[in-house]
Each structure stands twice: as C-alpha cells, then as structure tokens.
Design a protein. Sequence first.
Length: 434
Amino acid sequence: MKIGFISLGCAKNLVDSEMILNILVNAGCEIVNDPSLADAIFINTCGFIKSAKEETLATILEMHRYGKKLIVTGCYAKRYKKQLEKDMPFIDRVISLTDYPKIHLILEEVFRDKSLKFQPLKYENRLLTGSIYTPYVKISEGCDNYCTYCAIPLIRGRFRSRPMDSVINECIKLVSQGAKELNLISQDTTKYGADLSPDKKSLLPKLLREISKISGIEMIRILYLYPDEITEELIQEVKHNDLIANYFDIPIQHISSKVLKRMNRRGDKEFLKNLLNHIREEIPQSIIRTTYIVGFPGETEEDFQELYDFTKEFKFDRLGVFTYSPEEDTSSFNYGNQIPEEIKQERLERIMSLQQTISRNKNRLQKHKIHKTIIENYDPETDFYYGRSYAFAPDDVDGMIVFQSKKELEIGEVVNVEIKSVFDYDLIGDAVIE
C-alpha cells in the first residue's frame, strides 16, 4: 500500500502527522512523495484562521484530482467534519481529532487489508519528517484560556498535560536518534503539569530539569509561553540552566489594555511591560519573540498607535504580526466595530516595516560575535552551511545563520560561527576552526 501524506499548519500538527506516519510505515505502508503513485492520500489539515482553511480546501480539491482514496484528518476535519462529509462526498474518510485514540481501528476499516496491522498512536513513536537534530516535543494538548478570537479550545479541547515520564521517554528516544536541540511546544507551554500537580502549579521548571539530565542534549528551547503564567521559578531556571536556550517566545497579541480585555487576555499593559523588562534585566542576552494581532474588532487608531509606539520602545528581538481573522463560534466573531481588511493590512505593514528596521539594527550588534550553531543544511553549489544558534527558532520563523567553513562539516554538527556581516533577519559568518 503506497501512501501520499500532506501535513498542513503548525508544528503541533506536524507532531500528529509524524505519529500517524509511524503507524502507517510500521503497518507495512510505503510513503511516496508523488500523489500519482499513491493508493491513498492523507491530508492532515489546519482550521485555525481563514487563510489556513482556504489552504486546506484547496489542497483537498487538488488531491481529489488524482482519483485516489482520500483520508482527511486534523483540525479542519474536527471543526468541520459534518460539512466536509456533506460538501465533499468524494472524501473516503474524515477522521476527527477525537478519533485519534482509535485511529488504528479506523485505518483497518478504511483500508480493509488484513496484511496491514495498525498500532495505536504514541508520542514516543514518530517518523520524523524534519531535521532529526532539532525535533519538536509536544508536551500537552488543548487550551483553557478561551481568548475571544481563538477557536483552539473548540478544536483541540481542554488543556491536558502529557505525563512527565512519557515526555522524558520521548526525549530520550529522540536524543538516541541524534537530536541535539529539543523544542518543547504546546498551546500553552507555561501551564504544563498544572493539571497533574496537586497544588495546580506548573511543572515546567521540573520538566526542564529532568530533560536536562539526558546525556547528549545540546539545547532545550521552550516555545508558546503564555505571559501571566511565566513564573520567577521558570525565569531563574532558564537563567541558570546552561542547556536551556535564553529564548522567550511570548505571544502578547497587543499592548492596549482595552484591546487585551476584549481579547480576554489576562494581564494589562503595565503587567506585560513589567514582565518583559524583568526578563531582560535578569537575562540581558535573552532573545524575546512575540506575536501581535492587528485589526481586532474595535481597535482604534489610538490603540494601534499605542502598539506601534511600544514596539518602537521595547524593540523585540523577533516579531510576527497577523491580521485579525473572524472565526465562527468564537466570541469576537459577533463583536461590533469590525475593521476593514485594507486597514488591517496597512497596520500590519506599518508594524513589520518598523520591526524590519529594529531587526537590522539588532543584527548589526552581532558582528564579530560568536554563535554556537547547529548545522541544518548545506548547499554544495554555493558552499554555504545553514544553521541556527539559541537566538533563532526552527522553521525559518526568525531567520538563520549562513556561513562557510575551511573544513568540511556534517549536518547536525555543532560549531562556533563568527558573524562577519548581517541582513535584516539573517547573520552571515565563518566557522571558527581550531
């Protein structure tokens, strides 16, 4: 049985895809890149915002053209299962996220091939599709924050932490396969373990200490930190644990207290400014990344200017900006004072133009500094290596380090790179060969 597989959306969805791929391969299926060669095509979908939903539908229609057995799963399949079954009857099976505990039984029913023996999904058993050296580790599912713009609690359900021993066992396995950097992800990473702990406190600092005991790890990165759950214990753990990247991914979404309240975000402008400044005071070399939503219903020009001025003042090291996407079944979908798309886009472009200048100026300060870099790729035509230091998250969201070396190096190797020149988001340098 030859299977084509397409994974859309975020890194958390990718982890699900890698678990599904593992049970397919272990059952005896062959994964093929060319859909025309496949007997069946899997699409793991995203249904978070408008652009993601459009990509999902376009992908389904494109794959339908091949006339193969079509299986659709993921966030869009969970959110719009009945609609998909009604509007696209050519889909052979829509598998909701809630079906994952029995997906092995569903696959046996779909394929009806007694030679294929499918096993239940397990986090510890994944077929890595990205770099084996810098994999993601999903430590929890779902979210309890109920931001008024976000459908994730409706799609992924309530917050649920993985047992700590399950996470540790997966990390041990990934390191044994060659992982150098582990990237911890979830919808709300800071809350990890609060549902497992008798006192309802986060167990993230403890988890970090346990992962740090695994021999062979070069770096641990924490992504998706909800601001008001960042404790002093966590900040001090990052500060004093040499294996944890001094990298804080903190999506604040806005700085206007009025807008934050309408978003149902805990913490106001004063709280956020104090938190961010405290992190920089405690860990001056820290990289702080955030994301904004511009054009939220009711966002006035004054609200936006407040956000713009704060960006100019604080100078985030990394920044991503999204325009507000009205999502049905979320509270803000029915809010008044919706912002026209052209104004949303104009605000996004103004912020990103400012951030481009900030990033360029910050990168200039890196000239002649040394970055401990994990090599992720090599281009023999240009003789350039591509990698990342603690200052850059995976998947090109932050940029990368591009460098040359007088000595031949291996993918996955960790080397020191001296920065010689810079672009707006990337650093250029030479490997330091002793």
